[in-house]
Design a protein around this ligand. Sequence first.
Ligand SMILES: [Zn+2]
Length: 246
Amino acid sequence: MKITEKGLVLKEVKLRESDRILTLLTAGHGVISASARGSLRPGNKLFSASGLFCYSEFVLHEGKTMYTVDEASPIEVFFGLRQSLEAVSLAAYIADIVQILSPTGAEAEKLLRLALNSLHMLSLEKRSPAFVKAVFELRALAESGYLPNLLACGNCGKYEEATFFFDAGQGTLLCGSCAGEAEKTPNLNAAALSALRHIALADDARLFNFELGPESLALLARATEQYLLFHLDYPPKTLAFLKTVL
Ligand SMILES: [Zn+2]
């Protein structure tokens, strides 16, 4: 059976002289494997559309163990990613997380949109890699059914205060005063908390539309990474390297 699907290339594994096995994130079929025969031969019709981090339209047919790519045409190749080690390392991390979450159904469509928007921001250098990383980490989990409870202090219900404690394991908040009573050290300031709330709840179109100073971004980054690592079955292999370049 043949299917036509738009997909983002999350991974490519070279096979023999000129073949590649691709891992694709698609809206309709989630994460799938597809063999792209001959795609490493220069001039091959699949060459440009089946490279790593390409977003392309694929015509696939279903085989016993995986799909085979019959045709592919590039939609967006995110050329700018190759210009920066930080950007390409973060793209690899994003691809890694998508494969760990391995979304299906409506979640696959949401995660595909998030991944494409994140790569777009990186490729055009519209936001810093550290900023995109934090947004992706929290939003990917929120879209996968792990929305933290960021509304107010879980103890007294306070919505605003100078500092808050975010419990990454529970996905809950304590205001500065309640954190003090519980002997927890606050790990968010007001700006970092408002960024967390924005990332969890904003529309796709406005997701990256906020600004954050370096100190607040560092607090946000720590919170989103802890929350992500707590909820994944295993840590992304690409994280250690990413940390050496960011
Ligand atoms: Zn409180």
